[in-house]
Design a protein around this ligand. Structure first.
Ligand SMILES: O=P(O)(O)OC[C@H]1O[C@H](O)[C@H](O)[C@@H](O)[C@@H]1O
Length: 433
C-alpha cells in the first residue's frame, strides 16, 4: 500500500540511465540523511513520520476533547502554514457534508471582502482560532489575526477569548511567540529545523486535522511507509528518487520548463496547491527549476487542454491517478437515448473517468508531452500522509540534483519590501527610490 510509478510515457522521449546517476543519487541520499547539504539546518522534517512530537499530539487531542462542541475553528495562516492542512482536509473530506467542527481558513490573502463576510458568519457561531505562523511576522495572517482577535474578545470577553486562541509558532522567538507568551495562549511548536512548506506533519497540520476529526494516526502511518520506501540509496528501489531524477532529466536533457500536476478528482485540487509551493519555493532560484503548474481534468481539458495538446512543447505532465473511489454512481439507461449515452449505460463514472485519463495520456503523449504516471489506491488519510512525505523527499533530491538549497526562499522578500515601502513602513523609505 503505497504508490506506483509508471515511466513508460517518458521513456519514449528520454533514456533514463539509472546507472549513470547511481553515484550522485547515493551521495545526495547521504547528504539528506546525514544533514550535510545546503540548508542542512532545515532537514528536521526527514524524521517526522516516526519522530513527530507525540506529547504535543496528545495535547492537541485533549484540547480537541475540551472543545468538542466548537462549530467552527478558524485557521489563520499562509503558504506553508496553510496549504498542507487545507490540502489534507480537501483530500479526505466528503463533499457536501458538514463536519461537526467546520474548519475555515483566513489570513491566506488580504481580501477585506473575504474577511468581512467571515466576521459576519462567525457572529452567531461557537468558534475558536488557531493562528499559525512560523516567523510570527507574516503580514497576511498578522492582519487577519488582529481583526479576528478583536472580534473574539468582543464576543466572549478577554478572559474567555484566551481559551479560544491557539497559537502555532516558533519555540522561542518571533512576534507571535511573544504575544502568545504575554497573553497566555496555548502554544504549539513549529520546530526550528522544519521549514513552513515541510511542516504538515507538525502541529501546523495536526491541529486542524485533529479538530476536523481526521484519522491522524493513519496519516502518520502513511508517512512512515513513504519514509521506509524512500530509505534506500539505490535508485532502482526508490520511487521518490526515480521521480526526482526523471523530472530533473526532462528539464536538463529534454528542455522541458514546466511540470503540470494533473488530477482527475476535485478532492486533489488543494493537494496540487501544496505541491506547487513545495517545488516552486524549493527549486525556483538561481534561474533554475521547473515552473510548476497544475490542472484538474477533465474540467481543464475544456480550457487548457488545447494548449497542452498543441501549444509550446515546453511542458510535461505528472498524472496523479486514484485507483479506487470510495463512492461511485452508474450511468442510467434512457429509453430515448437522445444524448447517445446508452453505449455506456450501467458503466460507473470511475470507469468513464479512467478511460478519459487513458485517452488523454495517449493524446498528450502523441502531442509530445511526456507523462509521468503516479497511482495511489485511494483518497484517505493514509495516502495523504504517504504522498506528502513522498513529494518532500523527492523535492529535496530534485533540488540537490540542481545544486540549490531546497530550504530557503530569498526571492519571496522582494514583493514584501515593496509593499512595506508603499504602505509607509518605517525603515523601507528608500526601497522604491
Ligand atoms: O509561517 P510563516 O512564517 O507565517 O510563513 C508563511 C509563508 O510565507 C513566507 O513568505 C514564505 O514564502 C513561505 O515559505 C511561508 O510558508
Amino acid at each position: 500500500m503505497g504508490l506506483e510509478l509508471d515511466l513508460t510515457n517518458v521513456e519514449k522521449f528520454l533514456k533514463i540511465d539509472y546507472k549513470k546517476y547511481d553515484k550522485k543519487i547515493k551521495e545526495i541520499h547521504q547528504m539528506i540523511h546525514n544533514k550535510t547539504g545546503l540548508g542542512n539546518d532545515y532537514l528536521g522534517w526527514i524524521d517526522l513520520p516516526y519522530h513527530y512530537d507525540k506529547e504535543e499530539l496528545k495535547r492537541i487531542e485533549s484540547l480537541k476533547e475540551k472543545n468538542k462542541d466548537l462549530e467552527v475553528l478558524v485557521v489563520i495562516g499562509i503558504g506553508g502554514s496553510y496549504l498542507g492542512s487545507k490540502a489534507g482536509l480537501e483530500f479526505v473530506k466528503k463533499p457536501f457534508t458538514k463536519e461537526k467542527t467546520e474548519i475555515i481558513f483566513a489570513g491566506h490573502q488580504l481580501s477585506g471582502e473575504y474577511l468581512y463576510h467571515l466576521v459576519e458568519y462567525l457572529k452567531d457561531k461557537n468558534y475558536a482560532i488557531n493562528v499559525i505562523s512560523k516567523s510570527g511576522t507574516t503580514t497576511e495572517p498578522a492582519v487577519a489575526f488582529r481583526i479576528l482577535k478583536k472580534e473574539i474578545e468582543e464576543k466572549y470577553g478577554k478572559a474567555e477569548a484566551k481559551n479560544r486562541i491557539f497559537v502555532t509558532t516558533d519555540k522561542k522567538r518571533g512576534a507571535l511567540f511573544t504575544q502568545a507568551t504575554n497573553e497566555g495562549y496555548e502554544k504549539f511548536i513549529i520546530p526550528d529545523s522544519v521549514g513552513g512548506r515541510y511542516s504538515v506533519l507538525t502541529a501546523v497540520g495536526l491541529l486542524p486535522f485533529v479538530f476536523a476529526g481526521l484519522d491522524v494516526k493513519s496519516m502518520l502511518e502513511g508517512a512512515q511507509k513513504a519514509f521506509d520506501d524512500a530509505n534506500s540509496d539505490d535508485i532502482k528501489n526508490n520511487l521518490a528518487y526515480q521521480y526526482a531524477l526523471t523530472r530533473y532529466l526532462l528539464n536538463q536533457e529534454n528542455n522541458k520548463k514546466i511540470e503540470m500536476l494533473i488530477n482527475y478528482e476535485p478532492k486533489l485540487n488543494f493537494f496540487s496547491e501544496w505541491w506547487k509551493q513545495l517545488f516552486g519555493e524549493s527549486e525556483g532560484k538561481e534561474n533554475k527549476g521547473l515552473f510548476v503548474a497544475s490542472a484538474s481534468f477533465t474540467t481543464d481539458l475544456h480550457s487548457l487542454g488545447q494548449y497542452i495538446q498543441e501549444g509550446q512543447r515546453t511542458l510535461f505532465e505528472t498524472v496523479l491517478k486514484v485507483k479506487n473511489n470510495d463512492k461511485d454512481l452508474s450511468i442510467p439507461k434512457d429509453k430515448d437515448d437522445l444524448d447517445e449515452l446508452n453505449y455506456i449505460s450501467n458503466k460507473s463514472l470511475s470507469y468513464v473517468n479512467n478511460k478519459a485519463l487513458l485517452g488523454t495520456m495517449i493524446a498528450h503523449v502523441s502531442g509530445n508531452v511526456p507523462n509521468i504516471l503516479l497511482t495511489i489506491d485511494k483518497l484517505d488519510t493514509y495516502h495523504f500522509g504517504y504522498l506528502v512525505y513522498f513529494f518532500e523527499i523527492a523535492c529535496a533530491m530534485s533540488a540537490y540534483l540542481l545544486e540549490i538549497n531546497p530550504f530557503n526562499q530569498p526571492g519571496v522578500e522582494a514583493y514584501k519590501k515593496n509593499m512595506f515601502a508603499l504602505l509607509g513602513k518605517k525603515g523601507y523609505e528608500n526601497i522604491l527610490k
